[in-house]
Design a protein around this ligand. Sequence first.
Ligand SMILES: Cc1cc2nc3c(=O)[nH]c(=O)nc-3n(C[C@H](O)[C@H](O)[C@H](O)COP(=O)(O)OP(=O)(O)OC[C@H]3O[C@@H](n4cnc5c(N)ncnc54)[C@H](O)[C@@H]3O)c2cc1C
Length: 438
Amino acid sequence: METMSDALLPKKNIAVLGAGFGGVAAARALGRALRRSAELRKLYDLIVIDRSAEHIYTPGLYEVATAAREDADPLTLKHTAAIPLEESFSGLPIRIIQDEVLGVEPSLRAETPAGILVPPSEYLIRLRDGGTIRAEYLVLALGAVVNDFGIPGVPKHGLVFKNFGDALRVRSAITETFQRTAQAHIVIAGGGATGVELTGELVSLTRHLRRAWKRDIRPRFTLVEAGERLLPGPPLIVAEIAKKRLERLGVTVRLHTRIIEVAEGTATVQAPEGANTRIAFDRFIWSGGIKPSPVLAGIVVPKDQRGRCTVDLDLTIHGENNLFAIGDLTCFADPATNQPLPSVATIAMAEGSIAAINVLARINRQPLRHYHPPKHTPMIVPVCGKWAIAYVAGFTAAGFSVFLLRLAADLRYFLKVLPPLKALRFFLRSAAVYFRND
Ligand SMILES: Cc1cc2nc3c(=O)[nH]c(=O)nc-3n(C[C@H](O)[C@H](O)[C@H](O)COP(=O)(O)OP(=O)(O)OC[C@H]3O[C@@H](n4cnc5c(N)ncnc54)[C@H](O)[C@@H]3O)c2cc1C
């Protein structure tokens, strides 16, 4: 029973900024802890702030970008890749605030007589519409944005592929181009997982449109990569299998080829020989990299050369007791290799769970846990049709069975973040789009 003095205790906030893969994992774990403990609920409110009311399931964006005609209305497509936060947090004591985070500042940073900075007792979160919110514990999970590395012409002449709106834009631009030109040339820059999967799915879309329109459209696809291989990260064999698959589909793969400028209809590239050449295109898609959320630039915390905040093994930002950071905006040096972890959903989710455990440990004055990254970061990349390549637990496999594995991974994720029936419905809707597309 709540006593008078309990009711008078000022409640503090635990805030999770960003409800993507990392933020949702952290918020759900914290929400479950609050639901279990009346004591904790007396002391803390849990708030999640995101500019969107939905968590975007990014692996579903390829199907949005290349959806078959009957699924092409944006609302139907949204139901296959956007998970409503209300549904994901239903039954948990979580307050969702839909607003844009503009900045985070320490509310108070005392200095001892010896000149040592004491970590702040609270953080102030500045919002676009909602003024300022204070939080005692903060989990930064704002993700990343597209990085064009300042290459001239990319923002003006290139499509990008990072969020739901981008996926719709890619779809309408590509179909419009195919309607206009039967032999369009589509250039995709960036041979990471996004570039490889998107290229494969565009080939798939072409096949579908050829049948649907009864027109002999024969676009050419070129995938350009500055590095010496596709799919950096897993062993080279994974990259070679993916490259062979794309080439068999008719895609030209150009490695060691760096985009240096993009203009109307042409991309200037630096080829292996060092000379600059031009590639004419009808559509140019940039998937060459990401950089941390711009909000991070305004927060005074240690960062690496790529602007990501450097976190300790317990996921606190170095020197900040109550400020945790997870996912794509962080640089976590793997203790086994001393290399930063890749920016993938599986790592953001695992970090979200550990950050939640550590927020609770901090509240309970217990030691914090370290995040132990997996030895092999799992990767499953579908490449056109019901075919995918995977690198999981140190094993490489490809083919239809891997495509099924990917569907199983989707279902597993939906079951993690949604009540079972809703997860199943979401899965069936997205799988239906997959099957119609592929
Ligand atoms: C097309 C695509 C496909 C991918 N496929 C895979 C895959 O198959 N497997 C895999 O492991 N990884 C995949 N990834 C990578 C994966 O999506 C990211 O690594 C993952 O989303 C990182 O999680 P996060 O929580 O750090 O950030 P995000 O999931 O990006 O979440 C960040 C959240 O913060 C919110 N936000 C950002 N800025 C603000 C602000 N200023 N105010 C309020 N809210 C804000 C955003 O709306 C978003 O909800 C893919 C990425 C893309 C783009």
